[in-house]
Design a binder for this molecule. Structure first.
Ligand SMILES: [Zn+2]
Length: 89
């Protein structure tokens, strides 16, 4: 029997999007740490859902955080969906 690591505390939306920016975006091909090419009115730090998905597959974003992101996307769910609620990179 092995001890499980303590679960990480839940991160806020800006923190999740900041983590997602460590991945290359599969929608607009923004490189790691570069902002996504999204409309200016989506607010600072907004990411494409495709980027968050890539970050999740690399373990940078947890399954629970991905679920929160999918909920935020709502009916606009697609790789091109823009997830707002971030902060200026
Ligand atoms: Zn993007």
């Amino acid at each position: 029997m092995t001890a499980r690591p303590a679960p990480l505390p839940p991160r806020t939306m800006p923190e999740i999007l900041e983590a997602a920016r460590r991945a290359t975006c599969g929608q607009c091909w923004a490189r790691p740490l570069e902002p996504c090419a999204v409309p200016a009115d989506t607010g600072p730090g907004a990411c494409h859902l495709a980027r968050v998905d890539r970050a999740a597959r690399r373990g940078v974003v947890t399954a629970a955080e991905m679920a929160a992101i999918i909920t935020a996307a709502g009916a606009a769910l697609s790789p091109a969906a823009v997830i707002g609620g971030g902060r200026q990179p």
